[in-house]
Design a protein around this ligand. Structure first.
Ligand SMILES: Nc1ncnc2c1ncn2[C@@H]1O[C@H](COP(=O)(O)OP(=O)(O)OP(=O)(O)O)[C@@H](O)[C@H]1O
Ligand SMILES: [Mg+2]
Length: 228
C-alpha cells in the first residue's frame, strides 16, 4: 500500500498564480467525474502551473492525497516507474517488474497522481497509465503533455495562453489582461518600483501580446529588466 494519510509533495510556487479561475474550477469538476485528465498545449503556455493549481485544490478530496512526479528530465522510459516508486515510497523487488509492483500497491489507493511533462515518453506513459488506472478504482491521474497520451477514457484539456491584449493597444487599459498581470507580477519582483504608466504600457502590451503567455515572456525577457 502507498503511504496513506493525505501526503502531498506538491512543489510550492514562488510566484502568484494569475487568472484562469474558471479553468481551474472546470478541471477540478472534471476530475470528480473522470480518472485521467491531460492538459495539452505548447511549451511554456502554462500547463504545469495550471495543473499544480488544480492538484493543490483537489488534494484534500483524496484520502491518500496527491503526489507530484516530474518526468520532463527523464530520458529512459524504464525510469518512469522508478520515479513514481520513489515518490510513492514503494520499494523494488529483484524478481518482479516495478510497474507490476506499483499496480498492486496502488490497487487500494485513493490518490491523485500528477505526472508532469509526458510528451517525450508518450508510448510508455500511455501503457503505464493504462495499467495503473485499470488496477485501481480510486486512482486519478492528471498529466501535462504537449500531445495526448491517446488512451481510452482520457479527457483532454487544451491550454492556451493567458488572455493578452491585441497587438496595437495603447494606454494602461492593458492591465485588465491576464498575461499583462502575470508580466507585472514578475516585473515587480525584480523592480518593486515598477509601475504601469502611459509610457511603459505600450511596451508591456507588446511583450505580452498574442501569441505569447507568461512563460514565453519569461523566457524571452528573463525578468531582469522591465521596460522603462
Ligand atoms: N497563470 C499563471 N500565473 C502565473 N505564472 C504563470 C501562469 N502560467 C504560467 N506561469 C509561469 O510561466 C512559466 C511557464 O509555465 P509552465 O511551466 O506551466 O509552462 P508549460 O506549459 O508547463 O511548459 P512546458 O511545456 O515547457 O513544460 C512558469 O514560470 C510559470 O510559473
Ligand atoms: Mg510543464
Amino acid at each position: 500500500m502507498v503511504p496513506a494519510g493525505g501526503v502531498n509533495n506538491l512543489p510550492v510556487p514562488l510566484t502568484t498564480f494569475v487568472g484562469r479561475q474558471r479553468e481551474v474550477a472546470e478541471i477540478c469538476a472534471r476530475l470528480e467525474r473522470t480518472r485521467l485528465v491531460t492538459l495539452t498545449g505548447a511549451g511554456g503556455v502554462g500547463k504545469s502551473r495550471l495543473t499544480l493549481e488544480v492538484a493543490t485544490r483537489t488534494a484534500a478530496h483524496r484520502r491518500d492525497g496527491v503526489r507530484f512526479v516530474e518526468l520532463a528530465g527523464l530520458t529512459e522510459p524504464q525510469l518512469v516507474a522508478n520515479a513514481v516508486a520513489a515518490v510513492l515510497d514503494v520499494p523494488e523487488h529483484p524478481e518482479r517488474a516495478l510497474p507490476d509492483i506499483l499496480a498492486e500497491q496502488l490497487r487500494e489507493a485513493d490518490l491523485l497522481l500528477f505526472l508532469d511533462g509526458c510528451e517525450h515518453l508518450l508510448k510508455p506513459m500511455a501503457q503505464l497509465v493504462h495499467m495503473w488506472l485499470t488496477a485501481s478504482r480510486g486512482l486519478r491521474i492528471l498529466t501535462t503533455s504537449r500531445e495526448r497520451l491517446g488512451i481510452r477514457g482520457e479527457i483532454l484539456w487544451p491550454v492556451t495562453g493567458l488572455a493578452a491584449p491585441p497587438e496595437h493597444v495603447e494606454g494602461i487599459e492593458v492591465e485588465g489582461f491576464e498575461a499583462v498581470r502575470a508580466f507585472l507580477e514578475r516585473a515587480a519582483a525584480v523592480d518593486p518600483g515598477f509601475r504601469l504608466t502611459a509610457s511603459t504600457a505600450t511596451a508591456v502590451g507588446a511583450r505580452t501580446g498574442p501569441p505569447s503567455a507568461a512563460g514565453t515572456a519569461e523566457r524571452q525577457y528573463g525578468w531582469s529588466s522591465p521596460p522603462r
